[in-house]
Design a protein around this ligand. Structure first.
Ligand SMILES: [Zn+2]
Ligand SMILES: [Zn+2]
Length: 273
């Protein structure tokens, strides 16, 4: 059984995990190692099968526990070179795996590809992790989808996508205009409406799970994000699951069926050696 875990998501910490028969890959570990362990246990994630940790960028809400968990479980830590450098001397002695935008990198049993995002971090990236059975994408902390991001996120079985703010709630948030502009700008965050539009573009027959993530606590709410996205996707024919990750509690594990064998050839990322 393949399962996606959403242990927490928001400006105070993002932590996901893709659990497959071949092993488990953490996608961001933006909780303290201790809190991560507590939530993994609460959610029923078997930590003895960890095969690697991939992080999108060095900000605390994405990477706080990454180095410590990689050391504790003796697994490789994968990120762009800029992110690995920004994580600092703490990574000394760890197995680090640099991710490059132009190629697919093996992280344990997973193939990981990335795409650079515009955000105020060293070398932030969106990620796609694939095994023979499933292909999962993760993108947040960006304001505008690019052609490169759309290409990275094509043909997914599951996507974790930022739905940061509702436009009306942002305008009435009481944030100063300069802050509102930064949030809504190209290096800011993705609105619910922009997330719905991008998901509409990414839809295809095998996309079965959408997880809305990194919701603002001030300018969004789970039911608001869902209302902006789910009816739009249903109208376009989406019959899968829409889940909304929240900050403080793990979601129940989200099951993902492996792709039918006749479709698995499509999983190969194009430049895989
Ligand atoms: Zn960030
Ligand atoms: Zn963030």
């Amino acid at each position: 059984v393949i399962r996606l875990f959403a242990l927490g998501s928001g400006s105070r910490g993002n932590a996901f995990a893709l659990d497959t028969p071949d092993g488990t890959l953490l996608l961001d570990a933006g909780l303290s190692a201790r809190e991560w362990l507590r939530r993994a246990e609460a959610a029923g994630l078997d930590t003895t099968r960890l095969a690697g940790i991939a992080v999108t960028h060095e900000h605390g809400d994405h990477a706080t526990g990454a180095v410590r968990l990689a050391r504790r479980f003796g697994v490789p830590l994968a990120a762009t070179e800029g992110t690995l450098r920004a994580l600092g001397p703490g990574t000394a002695g760890l197995t680090t795996v640099p991710l490059r935008g132009s190629s697919v990198t093996e992280v344990g049993p997973f193939s990981v590809a990335c795409c650079r995002l515009l955000h105020d971090a060293a070398e932030p990236a969106a990620l796609v992790a694939a095994t023979g059975d499933v292909r999962v994408g993760l993108a947040y902390d960006f304001g505008r989808p690019t052609t490169g991001l759309r290409w990275l996120l094509r043909d997914l079985d599951a996507v974790i996508l930022e739905a940061n703010y509702d436009e009306v709630l942002l305008r009435t948030s009481g944030y100063p205009p300069s802050v509102q502009h930064r949030i809504a700008g190209s290096g800011g965050h993705l609105s619910n409406r922009a997330a719905a539009e991008l998901l509409g573009e990414l839809l295809h027959d095998h996309l079965r799970l959408v997880v809305l993530a990194h919701l603002s606590q001030q300018c969004n709410a789970p039911e608001v994000a869902r209302a902006a996205v789910e009816p739009h996707l249903r109208r376009l024919g989406f019959r899968g699951t829409v889940a909304v990750a929240v900050q403080d509690t793990p979601l129940p594990p989200l099951p993902l069926m492996p792709r039918p064998a006749h479709l698995q050839a499509e999983l190969g990322l194009p430049d895989r050696a």
